[in-house]
Ligand binder design. Structure first.
Ligand SMILES: [Ca+2]
Length: 436
């Protein structure tokens, strides 16, 4: 219990005091080993292997433990639905290696898909057309705009005239006029389209995923054919999707399927120097007063562009390690390969050949990961996330003052050994402690 208390509150640098050996292993990591074996014992049993002083329960419990344990329970549950033969591995003996490989690839694909979903597509721009009309508002600003981008509102091409049909955005004067005629190029030449733009802010890129299902409304003499095009920067307009034909003329319009854009490389990772333009060409009207609109058809945003926004800034957070002593401080290279920038979200990794690293400042990081033996971390570090990972059969000696502002305390992960300085019994308070 002494060690446990020290681990929580005594992250102080106490020169000359032997370090306390804190966790020799991390139970959660042991749950899913690289061999695929799972510890079937209850979490408490696994945790007890390390001694309760290592990774205490309660606020000290690593959140990753909860996630891993949750996954463990889920898999265990599925195991109960398998046949006894499967549970005891006889299926493995009867199945070909290729079959098993295929199954594991399948499992891997599911896991990767889940990870991909974590990298969730967001609404880059969304318009709620309810109550809108182009006679009142043109361009029509987006109701939803993703962070770190700017969105140019829905805009009528100069060949169109604004029109108010209630909860629509579009107009009249589409190409075709007195005969059902025309095509995309003629519509483009006559500026008969609805357009919008997306531009990444400096330091970011935009990747388009798609256009969500939406609705097109037309009047009986309005355009009956539409086609989407994109433009990147000053490049040429390029078709995407196929020609859309619509016939219904009621206020409920014509529902349109979602359009996928993530296969168009030109629309992925577009930097702030290139504005992305999208436009919906329309033609086939039979009268100048015939109208065509993007239409209200659901609660909230009716016309939505999805995608992702990524930062282009480079962060230097891996100490390459050459065995020499070095100083880790804000704005300096150290052995990071570039200037380290204080950030309480940084995962700072120590690799290469371990040596003494003196943190000066204090420096700020989210959490620390040690991948090489013989690192000694001295000085003063403020952690935002509050975990220290020692991977593999290594020993990491942290003599630095470790401080943080989180309420979840400091956690340790990884199979290696982490040495922290002890607190003498006569000390009323550590020089630095985790605020709780
Ligand atoms: Ca709506």
């Amino acid at each position: 219990m002494t060690n446990q208390k020290n681990f929580k509150s005594d992250n102080l640098c106490s020169t000359g005091v032997p370090p306390v050996i804190v966790p020799l292993h991390q139970p959660a990591v042991a749950v899913f080993s690289t061999t695929g074996r799972r510890d079937a014992r209850p979490t408490a049993s696994r945790a007890s292997d390390a001694g309760r002083a290592v990774v205490p329960d309660g606020p000290h419990r690593n959140s990753s433990s909860k996630i891993q344990n949750s996954k463990f329970k889920k898999e265990n549950s599925s195991t109960r639905h398998q046949s006894p033969a499967t549970r005891h591995g006889r299926l493995a003996a009867s199945a070909s290696p290729a079959l098993w490989l295929g199954r594991w690839i399948g499992v891997l694909a599911v896991v990767l898909a889940a990870i991909g979903n974590l990298n969730a597509q967001i609404t880059l721009a969304g318009w709620d057309i309810n109550g809108q009309n182009s006679s009142a508002t043109n361009p029509l600003s987006a109701n939803t705009t993703a962070s770190n981008i700017s969105v140019g509102g829905l805009t009528l091409g100069s060949g169109l005239s604004a029109s108010n049909a209630g909860s629509t955005f579009g107009g009249s004067q589409w190409y075709g006029n007195s005969t059902i005629a025309g095509d995309a190029s003629a519509a483009a030449a006559n500026n008969d389209f609805i357009s919008l733009t997306l531009t990444a802010n400096a330091g970011y890129t935009i990747s388009l995923n798609g256009i969500s299902a939406y609705n097109i409304r037309r009047s009986s003499t309005g355009p009956n054919s539409f086609l989407w095009q994109y433009q990147v920067g000053s490049g040429s307009w390029t078709d995407f999707g196929s020609t859309i034909t619509v016939s219904g003329t009621s206020a409920s319009g014509n529902n349109q399927s979602a359009i996928t854009l993530n296969g168009i490389s030109a629309l992925q990772g577009v930097s702030s120097s290139s504005t992305i333009g999208l436009r919906l060409l329309g033609w086939g009207a039979t009268g100048t007063s015939g109208t065509g609109f993007l239409n209200q058809f659901q609660n909230g945003d009716d016309f939505i562009i999805t995608g992702s926004v990524a930062s282009t800034s480079v962060t230097y957070t891996t100490w390459t390690g050459n065995g020499s002593a070095g100083t880790w401080s804000n704005g300096n290279n150290g052995q990071f390969g570039g200037a380290y920038a204080n950030d309480l979200g940084n995962t700072v990794t120590f690799s290469g050949t371990g040596g003494t690293v003196t943190a000066s400042g204090p420096v700020q990081a989210g959490d620390l990961v040690f991948n090489s033996d013989s690192y000694i971390l001295a000085g003063s570090v403020q952690l935002g996330v509050g975990s220290i990972t020692t991977n593999g059969s290594i020993t990491t000696n942290v003599t630095a003052n470790i401080s943080g502002s989180g309420s979840s305390g400091l956690t340790k992960a990884g199979a290696g050994t982490l040495l922290l300085p002890a607190r003498t019994p006569t000390q009323a308070r550590p020089r630095s402690m985790w605020a709780t």
